[in-house]
Design a protein around this ligand. Structure first.
Ligand code: NAD
Length: 271
């Protein structure tokens, strides 16, 4: 478990749910909860909050034991819009409260993210979300939230993997007590997991390349949310705490030319 600046705790690893639809999400999240996952990441734009909510409702696991994250979409930027959007997410999830609510993207051209943040502060004060945070925010975006509202996000969920280790942003998070969460933590699988350096380090610890990369994430202090619909891989991704990478291995895993797979937070627009 990781402690957040607001006093709440966050599981050290979670399950991503994009691009599962409602029915797939219900089945996959049900299996993941059974396998031991306690952090589930969804978003309004994934279109699967209803399925995630159904899996939680039927799991038989106490609500307090499950940590649910969802996100405010670009289409609902604005103060009143954000409040209404949150209610929609909460209704689809079928929950009394959400554990973590994030602004999905800053969308600086719209210039509404401070208003959105003010809405999230209100939702937090009303205890309908236990923690609030952001996703894909840069140092400048977070500094603006702080200077205009005095409230820092508890989490910044960012693209992070060995080809995008986010050193500067993580160092900034550390100075502010913001928890880093990694989306696309396996670099979407594929070539990264076949990289000879990663394969060699994994073999030395008798783990899979995916486990080595996820351990790299947690040892750097980030909370990864790998997506897998396969029960075997889900269990594999959860089983990463029985070995320790050396400092040299940590740096060798990310010694590669930087490469962003997703959008650039300064100009990416997603509604
Ligand atoms: P990921 O790095 O989690 O890669 C997922 C892919 O890796 C899957 O296709 C899967 O087949 C493969 N995989 C998973 N486990 C494996 C294993 N053990 N061995 C081999 N291959 C394996 O990338 P992602 O799905 O893009 O990101 C994870 C989650 O992050 C998403 O599901 C979503 O919840 C979240 N996300 C957030 C944002 C954001 O803007 N905040 C953006 C994208 C994704």
């Amino acid at each position: 478990m990781c402690r957040l600046r607001d006093g709440m705790t966050l599981p050290a690893i979670g399950l991503g749910t994009y691009p599962l639809d409602d029915d797939e999400a219900e089945r996959v999240v049900a299996g993941a909860l059974e396998a031991g996952y306690r952090l589930i990441d969804t978003a309004m734009t994934y279109g699967n909050e209803t399925g995630v909510g159904r899996a939680i409702a039927h799991s038989g696991i106490a609500r307090e034991e499950i940590f649910v994250t969802t996100k405010l979409p670009g289409r609902d930027h604005g103060y009143e819009q954000a409040l209404a959007s949150f209610e929609g997410s909460r209704r689809r999830l079928g929950l009394d409260f959400v554990d973590l609510y994030l602004i999905h993207w800053p969308l600086p051209r719209l210039n509404q993210y401070v208003k959105c943040w003010q809405a999230l502060i209100r939702l937090h004060e009303e205890s309908v979300t236990r923690s609030i945070g952001v996703s894909n925010f840069t140092v400048e975006h977070i500094q603006r939230l702080e200077s205009q509202t005095g409230v820092l996000p508890s989490v910044n969920q960012i693209e992070m993997h060995p080809a995008l280790p986010q050193r500067e942003l993580r160092a900034f998070h550390e100075t502010k007590g913001i928890r880093t969460q990694s989306w696309r933590p396996l670099g979407q699988g594929g070539t990264l997991l076949a990289d000879p350096e990663v394969v060699g380090i994994a073999a030395r610890h008798d783990v899979t390349p995916a486990q080595a990369v996820l351990r790299w994430q947690t040892q750097l202090g980030s909370v990864p949310i790998p997506k897998s619909a396969d029960p075997r891989r889900q269990r594999e991704n959860l089983d990463i705490f029985g070995f320790e990478l050396t400092d040299d291995e940590l740096s060798r895993i990310s010694a590669r030319s930087p490469h962003r797979i997703g959008g650039d937070p300064d100009d990416h627009e997603e509604f």
